[in-house]
Design a protein around this ligand. Sequence first.
Ligand SMILES: NC(=O)C1=CN([C@@H]2O[C@H](COP(=O)(O)OP(=O)(O)OC[C@H]3O[C@@H](n4cnc5c(N)ncnc54)[C@H](O)[C@@H]3O)[C@@H](O)[C@H]2O)C=CC1
Ligand SMILES: O=C(O)[C@@H]1CCC=N1
Length: 271
Amino acid sequence: MSRTVAFIGAGNMARSIISGLVASGYPAAQIIAANPSQGKLDALASEFGVQTTNDNLAACEQAEVIVLGVKPQLMAQVCAPIAELDLSGKLALSIAAGVTCDSLQSYLGSDVALVRTMPNTPSLLGLGLTGLYAPAGVSQVDRDFATELMAAVGETLWLEQEAQIDQVIACAGSSPAYFFLFMEAMEQAAEKMGVTQADARLMIQQAALGAAEMVKHNPQLSLAELRAQVTSKGGTTAKAIETFEQQGLRNSVADAMNAAVERAQQMAKEF
Ligand SMILES: NC(=O)C1=CN([C@@H]2O[C@H](COP(=O)(O)OP(=O)(O)OC[C@H]3O[C@@H](n4cnc5c(N)ncnc54)[C@H](O)[C@@H]3O)[C@@H](O)[C@H]2O)C=CC1
Ligand SMILES: O=C(O)[C@@H]1CCC=N1
């Protein structure tokens, strides 16, 4: 049976998960979205038929699972009143970057079982990826429920060490934005060539979708082999790739991913 899930903070990421969950058949009546702004709640209620409230505590009392979906800097202040409730038997699932299990446990107290996750916004379409980590002592039933919940919106990856959550941030949590940036840069370059914005967007969208599907459907081929299939000797792609390599694309990507990890580590000290 589905457990009642309260989303505390119903912003971009929570909305993506809610949308994916409802699309996968999770009963909307067992999802509660709690957020201060009425506009977001009204949109969630009309789009997905979920319950809504601006009372975090009422939502947490009603729910068996509490998804903490607020910004990391608000986590301590949002958890303080929740910790006053009887949380025994409840599962808290955090989606926040840079807030450790130790911090979460200190904010919520020891009665609650904790799973720390790192999802991403493609969950909206059921195409997400969520990294999950739970401290020792969290029951298999709770681990299985967390897996079931996040598997409804995409792939799941259990992690042995909490520090691996920061790797998931760099590779999957933050990375949809890297691809959007790349596509944005391509769109701008295409427009400078005289392509209309609509045509540029369509071409880039199809190339990105097709490339991702080719990766998915050809696990036997390395990414370098897939690239080689497009790259005719002495041809156009070779020139484009040579330009990326000469301008240090690989270093830029590595620096960016390391910067994401470092920021997550820094946030873990702040929040
Ligand atoms: N956006 C993304 O791609 C991802 C975000 N995350 C994590 O998800 C969390 C939320 O991020 P976003 O959804 O991007 O931010 P957001 O700003 O869109 O959502 C946060 C929501 O919390 C609400 N809120 C503020 N104060 C509150 C309170 N006292 N009680 C209840 N709700 C309150 C805000 O009104 C807002 O709707 C962050 O901790 C972030 O690290 C994790 C993975 C990916
Ligand atoms: O930018 C952030 O901090 C959050 C975590 C991963 C994606 N968005």
